[in-house]
Write a protein that binds this ligand. Structure first.
Ligand SMILES: Cc1cc2nc3c(=O)[nH]c(=O)nc-3n(C[C@H](O)[C@H](O)[C@H](O)COP(=O)(O)OP(=O)(O)OC[C@H]3O[C@@H](n4cnc5c(N)ncnc54)[C@H](O)[C@@H]3O)c2cc1C
Length: 290
């Protein structure tokens, strides 16, 4: 429970809020805040970090792990519809905070460019194409107020297990910064499993390695599902649930935090259950695919 509301009710409310926002073809969503782009960095071949600064931060707060909906400007959506023959109305997408809340009114988001699925002749993702091909420093984005159910339960002294797939690692940059600021790693073992295809997809790898080195109770475990020969990879291979199964000894009273595609969540949950980590100790936002 949080804010006195039972978890299932809270989840339903969250899911409904997202569905309502996703259905804004007919409704117009309300954007309460505007944020100026102050920095753009390429973290990998298809992942960008965008630094934003709120124009007005009054009343704006978030818990690391939460996200905002970003509104893609109407002129871009119209251009896109003309180019690809699509019929998008208002386009808004959820993006997780990727920096600690202590940095407000500045914050980061990390956005992966959604390319067309293999063997499908369809356009790339509209919102992520906007960010990767069009967005410039100085532009202003409209955003909603923060929302989401992925937040740290408590500094319990029990292990914290984080499992991320691809861009699912974005909210954990925020959560980890926040954990370390509050020295949760002094009291809790923290395991961070990060699954991607190949080494070139491991964004912020050096930063996670540095944390692993400097913080004795933080364990960074990257896993490559399709390592390339040039990766010279000696670390974990296979989908991320494989090292999870190998490294976590059960039964454990750990809390687990997940973000990634539904198929990853499904297999990771099976491993967590086999370690005695119950559903009420497993946390992620129950909404559509990333
Ligand atoms: C809670 C939450 C938090 C998230 N946080 C992040 C984050 O921090 N970072 C991040 O990168 N993402 C995040 N996401 C995902 C993000 O919201 C978007 O879904 C993602 O960026 C893709 O949006 P898009 O508009 O670029 O792609 P869309 O336009 O929605 O397209 C999605 C995919 O469908 C394909 N496609 C297009 N047309 C068709 C068609 N006709 N048939 C079949 N396929 C088609 C596209 O090529 C693309 O691969 C999050 C999602 C959730 C639910």
């Amino acid at each position: 429970m949080r804010n006195g509301m039972p978890r299932t009710v809270k989840r339903m409310a969250g899911v409904l809020a997202v569905m309502a926002l996703a259905l804004v073809g007919t409704l117009r969503a309300q954007f309460d805040y505007r944020a100026k782009v102050v920095k753009i960095e390429d973290l990998t071949h298809d992942v960008r970090r965008v630094g934003l600064e709120l124009e007005k931060s009054e009343g704006f707060s978030f818990t690391p792990g939460q996200y905002v909906f970003v509104n893609i400007p109407e002129y871009y959506v119209k251009q896109w519809n003309r180019k690809y023959g699509t019929d998008h109305a208002q386009v808004l997408r959820p993006y997780s905070f990727a920096s600690s809340s202590s940095k407000l009114p500045r914050f980061d988001v990390i956005i992966k460019w959604a390319r067309p699925p293999r063997n499908k002749d369809v356009p790339p993702g509209i919102a992520s194409s906007f960010v990767h091909q069009h967005l410039r420093v100085g532009d202003v984005l409209e955003i909603t107020e923060p929302t989401g159910d992925l937040y740290l339960r408590a500094d319990t002294g029990e292990p914290i297990i984080i499992v991320a797939g691809g861009s699912g690692a974005a909210p954990f940059v925020s959560l980890l910064e926040y954990f370390f600021e509050r020295e949760f790693d002094k009291n809790n073992e923290i395991y961070f499993f990060f699954g991607v295809r190949a080494k070139r997809d491991l964004f912020l790898h050096d930063r996670f390695l540095a944390w692993d080195k400097s913080k004795p109770r933080f364990h960074y475990i990257p896993a490559l599902s399709h390592p390339r020969p040039e990766d010279n990879w000696e670390g974990e291979t296979g989908y991320v649930q494989i090292p999870l199964d190998k490294r976590i000894k059960g039964p454990t009273g750990a809390h687990a935090y997940l973000a990634g595609p539904p198929i990853m969540i499904k297999f990771v949950e099976e491993v967590l259950r086999s370690k005695g980590i119950t559903k009420d100790r497993t946390h992620y936002d129950e909404i559509e695919a990333r």
